[in-house]
Design a protein around this ligand. Structure first.
Ligand SMILES: [Zn+2]
Length: 241
C-alpha cells in the first residue's frame, strides 16, 4: 500500500510545479539510538532539509507568505530532538515542537529541563499537543475542554509565554473539537490532512504532510503537493462528524 502511495506521489510530482507554502511533520530524529519507531535518521532528515533549501524554499518558524515557505513540525516531544540539537543549530533549522504535557519526564521523552532549554532557543517554537494525547473525538465536551485548556495553561506557566497553537493527537478531530479549541484560545489548529498552508480546512484547520519515512524522490513530490491527492482519504480517517 505504502509503495503504491509513494509511486502515485512520484508520478504526480512530475506534473506539479507549484511552490506554495506548506507544513511538514516528523516525530523525532536519531543518529544511533531511536526513542520511537517513528523517528527519522539524521542523514535522511539532513537530506530533506537540503532538498527544501535547494528547491528554493525557506524554512520558517511560522508561515507568512503564500509561496516559498516550509514550516517543520515535530510531534509528541521525544528526546532525540534534544540529543541532536547541535545539528538543528548548525543547519539553523526552525522547528515547531508540539508537546504532550503528561509525556514530559517519561522515558524517551523530554524532561522539564530539556523543554526549558529548547524554549530558550530562537529556532524552537513550543506549542500544545494536548495534555494526555487522548483521541479528542472519543471524549465528551467537558473532557475535550480539559485536555486543551490544561495543556495550554500548564505550558504557559512553565514557559512564560502564550501558547496559541495546537495539533490534534493521532490527527483526529471534528467540529466540536475545532469550536472548543477556538474558545480555549488556540488561534492555530494543526491537523494531519495533507495540503497547502493557506488552503485551510473549515477556514481554520492547517494541513500538514507526514514525511518522517519518505525517501528523497517522494519527499520532493510531497513538497510540490503531490500527496494532496490523498486528502479525502485522510479526511475520511481523521475528520468525524
Ligand atoms: Zn502525537
Amino acid at each position: 500500500m505504502k509503495r503504491i502511495k509513494y509511486l502515485i506521489i512520484y508520478i504526480l510530482s512530475l506534473f506539479c510545479f507549484k511552490k506554495k507554502s506548506k507544513v511538514i511533520f516528523y516525530h523525532d530524529i536519531h543518529s544511533k539510538k531511536k526513542h520511537t519507531n517513528m523517528s527519522t535518521h539524521i542523514d535522511l532528515f539532513k537530506d530533506h532539509v537540503q532538498m527544501i533549501r535547494n528547491s528554493g524554499y525557506e524554512i520558517v518558524s511560522e508561515i507568512t507568505e503564500e509561496y516559498g515557505q516550509i514550516e517543520i513540525c515535530f510531534d509528541d516531544g521525544f528526546l532525540g530532538l534534544y540529543e541532536n540539537i547541535e545539528l538543528i543549530k548548525q543547519y539553523e533549522i526552525p522547528i515547531h515542537l508540539f508537546i504532550v504535557n503528561s509525556f514530559l519526564n517519561k522515558k524517551h521523552y523530554l524532561n522539564l529541563k530539556h523543554l526549558k532549554e529548547l524554549n530558550n532557543l530562537e529556532l524552537i517554537t513550543i506549542s500544545s499537543h494536548t495534555f494526555n494525547h487522548n483521541t479528542l473525538t472519543d471524549l465528551d465536551e467537558f473532557s475535550i475542554k480539559k485536555e486543551l485548556f490544561e495543556s495550554k495553561s500548564n505550558l504557559e506557566n512553565l514557559l512564560g509565554k502564550s501558547i496559541d497553537s495546537i495539533c490534534f493527537p493521532k490527527g483526529m478531530f471534528n467540529n466540536t473539537v475545532i469550536d472548543i479549541a477556538k474558545k480555549v484560545g488556540y488561534s492555530k489548529q494543526y491537523s494531519s490532512l495533507p495540503g497547502f498552508y493557506y488552503d485551510k480546512f473549515q477556514n481554520i484547520v492547517i494541513k500538514r504532510s507526514l514525511v518522517q519515512s519518505v525517501n528523497n524522490s517522494v519527499f520532493k513530490g510531497i513538497l510540490k503537493g503531490a500527496d494532496h491527492v490523498f486528502f479525502y482519504w485522510y479526511k475520511l480517517k481523521h475528520f468525524t462528524l
